[in-house]
Each structure stands twice: as C-alpha cells, then as structure tokens.
Ligand binder design. Structure first.
Ligand code: ADP
Length: 522
C-alpha cells in the first residue's frame, strides 16, 4: 500500500500513456512543435516517416521540420489541418486515413486533433489521438470483395440458368416455398416469374384428375419435389401438371436434395423440360401401332389358317409339285413370323397404354417350360433345345402364381432369339432351378452358343427397338422382344439380366417369384 501511495498521479498518467493502445502526442499550437508523445506514436512515426526520426530527436522539433515534404501524402495538407485547428479551435477528426508507410504495406488510422485552451481560452496546445485500424479495415475490405465476387458470380450463374431451355426451381425445405425459378421454369409452367417465386410449390400447378387421359407412368409433378425434400434423387421422371390455363403439361423432371454443411436437407433442386409435344406424337404413334397391329391380326390369322389347310391337303394328296409344296411351307413360316411381329407391336402398344393386365393363377412352372420348349422345337434350325431342371426329377412340379401365357411368351422370346442368333447344330439350354437361398423364387435361364452381344451394348439391350451392332442385316426383327420380356418379368415382380460374350454365346436369366403375395394385377 505504502509503495503505491508513493506513486504520484503524474507517474500513473505516464504509465497509462505508455500503454494505451493508441498513439498520443501533444503539439504546441503556435509553432506546431511536438511537445510529448507516447511510445505508440513514436512507433507510428518510425514506420511512416524517416526511420532516422525517433522520439528523442523529434520531440521539441516543429511538425514542419520533421514531416517529410517528399512524402506522397502531402505534408502540406497535414500541416494545414494542424494550423486550422490551432486557429479555429474546431477539432479535426478523420477515419480510415491512408497513412504514408515506408517499406511496408499500406496502413490505416483513425485519428483526431483537438485544441487545448489555457485559462484565458487561448489555444495553446493540440492533442493528437490516433489508432491503427488497418486490420479491421482490411478484413472488412476483404469481406466486401468476397461479397462482390459472390454477387457477380451469382448474377453470372443466374444469367446462365436463365439461358437454359430447361426449367429450374429451388424449393426451400422449411416452408416448401420456391426460392428461385429461372425464366424457362416460368415459361414452361405458364406462371409469371414473380408469381412463381416466394410461393409454396404446392400452390402451383393443379394435379391432373383421374378422368384426364395420361400415360399412367407419369407422376404428379410435386411428387419429385417431395421425394427430393425427403432425400431422394430422381432422374428423368415423367411428371404431369395442369397449367393455370387448363392445359396439361407433361414434363421430364429430375430432382435432388440440397444439403448444408451439417448434412441436413435445406431444400431441393428440380430441373424439368416440357415433353408434351413429343408425348403427343408418341401417343399418336402408339394409337396408330395399336390400330395397325389390331387390324393386321385378322387377315394374317386367316392367311395362316388357309395356308395350313393347303399345306395339309398338299401333304395328303401329293398333287402339288415340290415347288408348290415349298411355296406353301414358306407361306406358313412367313405368316407365323408376321404374326409374331404383329403380336410384339400389339403388346408394345398395350404396355405403353397400361392395358396389359396379367392373368395370374397357380401353375406348374416346370410344365410351362416344357410346353414352351415343345412349341419352339418346330422353329429350330438344327439346334437342339434341352431342358435342364437342376435338383428336380422329370415329373417334379414347381408351383408358382403367374400368368402362364405371359411366362410362355417370355421363354418363347428368349428361346426364339437363341435360335435366331446361334448357328445350326449348336445347343440351346433352358434351365430351371429353385435355389435353397431363395425357395420362394425360381431361376430360369436360356443359354446359347451363338453370336453373343458386344460388351458395351449389354446395358442397353433390354430397351425398346435396341438391336446389337454385330447382327447380320438380314436377321429380321423389331428389337421389341427383350423389351417385352423385361416388362413382363417386371410385372411379375421378377428380374431379368444377361451374361454374354461376343462370339461365344449368351445366357439370359430370369428370377421369378413364385408366391402369390408378391403379385399385383396390373
Ligand atoms: P429382335 O430379335 O427382334 O431384334 P429383341 O428385343 O428380341 O429383338 O432383341 C434385341 C437384340 O438383342 C437383338 O437384335 C440382338 O442384337 C440381341 N439379342 C437378343 N437375344 C440374343 C441372343 N440370344 N444372342 C445374341 N444376341 C441377342
């Protein structure tokens, strides 16, 4: 206590001046002599002016003497400020003053100059107070720069998005509001941009009623949005919406969730394009195919029936020349081929119009396969077709709940392909197996030693109208058989795939559920 009591007020003031985080200096108001300065002010001085000036040499010297006149910041301006404060008594204050710096980066000060008056009111001294604001200023400038960059980037990004022909929407997870829509989104949906943004996506676009005629595959348009908000990604999904003008729009939509750093879903992005026109053409094409295949069936069935009668008569009466007999045999084969093509076309249109319903019942799959092979043996061109029922005796049955005609059709398609695409005299194996791992399913396979499928085309081979590039152009076909196989297997809740090596052969596999519960009549 005693030792503290010894410390005078002046000494306290001196300690405070030395440690205050600001530069403090006192000037004579008449000749601008530096009377006193604290440590920080002297540091500023050394940094901003000639390093040869230090506190000792500068104190007692007028500002006009030690301010370097060569300095780019206009020493004259500073001196003028000091003189004005000394004469007018109006304090001077400036912020973010770019101070001249020697050999180092730019520094910024907030500084002020205040007059000090004597008891007569005369200005006798000027007190300078300055603090270094370089760090916060640079940080702010940096933040502003980044902000400008982001804004520019955002504007550029929006400009790009507005050029895209696809509609783009961003939907917020919190309230389902559309936070961004590009110009195409507004055009496609037929809703002005300003009405689209800021409103919940539920409020836009009426979902079609059941009476409206649509492809059944198309989903209501908000389905993909909801899916994305639940974290699911949807790619190229057909969606349908009724526009404010009452017109129906079919769109190809893709959607994905948006996440923040904590991996929580913050919203969804939806990209869509208007495919109504293409769909209309497709629908007309389907309608035409449906009509054409339907109309063609009747005459072809008649031709085939009469050709078979002629064939039988010719065989019995032997009145026909060998050429005539061959001609009739050809009519039978070709009209059989024609019938298959027409059936494929007909099935395709029924599938597309969601009119293909399964007629499921309990059947013996083993017996169904036997029947399918029998029907195909006639068409084989020297190939032998054998049934391999692994783990089953010849008379064993494999009961399953399926549409027998459709399963026959599936196997027929695969076997007729195996015949078509493999050489005479080769072997075709039709297999059936119930694996212990999946007793409620049966594995069926059709294996050939034919031309195989090029590796890079296997992925696409089940798509409609897809034919491999290694085919001899003379091999006729529409490229619909495998598509129908896939659709029919899928409708039975089964799975189909192929393993194939070009030049060595192919094996098509079908995993078919046997239980009733997994079937749905579609
Ligand atoms: P299509 O036989 O009428 O051309 P599919 O849809 O039945 O049509 O078959 C599609 C394509 O798959 C065929 O054109 C052929 O390139 C290939 N393919 C199908 N089955 C086989 C097979 N067993 N061996 C080799 N290629 C096959």
């Amino acid at each position: 206590m005693d030792s503290q009591a010894d410390v005078t007020m002046d000494e306290y003031a001196a300690i405070m001046l030395e440690h205050v985080p600001a530069g403090e200096a006192l000037f004579d108001a008449r000749d601008l002599r530096l009377l006193a300065a604290n440590r920080l002010f002297c540091r500023f001085l050394a940094m901003h002016h000639a390093p040869s000036w230090d506190a000792r040499t500068v104190i007692g010297q007028p500002l006009t003497g030690w301010l370097p006149t060569t300095s780019p910041v206009g020493a004259a301006d500073l001196i003028a400020i000091f003189r004005t404060v000394a004469e007018t008594g109006i304090p001077y204050q400036t912020e973010e003053y770019a101070a001249p710096v020697l050999n180092c980066e730019q520094m910024y000060w907030n500084w002020s100059l205040h007059p000090i008056r004597n008891e007569h009111g005369h200005i006798v001294q000027l007190i300078f107070h300055g603090s270094d604001v370089t760090a916060p200023l640079l940080a702010r400038q940096q933040a502003e720069h980044v902000h400008t960059l982001l804004m520019n980037e955002r504007a550029r990004f929006h400009a790009i998005l507005d050029q895209l022909p696809e509609g783009i929407l961003l939907v917020e997870a919190t309230d389902g509001n559309i936070s961004y829509a590009n110009a195409s989104a507004a055009t496609i949906l037929g809703i002005p941009l300003q009405d689209l943004v800021g409103v919940s996506f539920h409020q836009h676009g009426r979902n079609p009623s059941l009476d409206d005629v649509y492809d059944r595959q198309a989903l209501p348009w908000d389905f993909v949005v909801i899916n994305a908000l639940f974290g699911k990604i949807a790619g190229s999904q057909e969606t349908v919406v009724v526009k404010p003008d009452g017109n129906t729009l079919i769109m190809l939509s893709s959607s994905a969730p948006l996440y923040n750093e904590e991996h929580s879903i913050t919203g969804a992005v939806i990209v869509f394009q208007d495919i109504t026109a293409q769909k209309m053409i497709e629908r007309q094409k389907n309608a035409f195919l449906s009509l054409a295949s339907h109309e063609l069936r009747t005459p072809v069935t008649a031709i085939m029936g009469y050709a078979e009668i002629l064939h039988m008569l010719a065989a019995q009466e032997k009145g026909l020349s060998p050429l005539g007999q061959r001609a009739i045999a050809q009519i039978v084969t070709q009209s059989d081929h024609l019938t298959r093509l027409i059936e494929e076309m007909f099935d395709l249109t029924r599938l597309e119009n969601a009119q293909l319903a399964l007629d499921c019942a309990w059947h013996d799959l083993h017996a169904t396969l036997k029947k399918a092979i029998e029907s195909q043996e006639i068409t084989a061109r020297g190939q032998s077709i054998r049934l391999v029922a692994k783990g089953l005796a010849a008379a064993d049955s494999v009961m399953g709940y399926f549409d027998e005609q459709r399963v026959m059709q599936i196997v027929n398609n695969l076997v007729s392909n195996a015949i078509k695409y493999s050489p005479n005299g080769s072997e075709i194996e039709v297999g059936l197996q119930r694996t212990p791992e999946q007793p409620d399913k049966a594995l069926i396979w059709v294996q050939d030693q034919g031309i195989g499928i090029p590796a890079n085309e296997i992925r696409l081979i089940f798509q409609r109208f897809q034919r491999a590039s290694n085919l001899d152009k003379s091999m006729s076909g529409l490229g619909l058989g495998l598509y129908l196989v896939k659709e029919l297997v899928t409708r039975h809740k089964g799975r189909v795939w192929v393993e194939s090596k070009e030049g060595e052969g192919s094996t098509f596999y079908i995993l078919l559920p046997l239980q009733r519960k997994s079937h749905k009549h579609t």
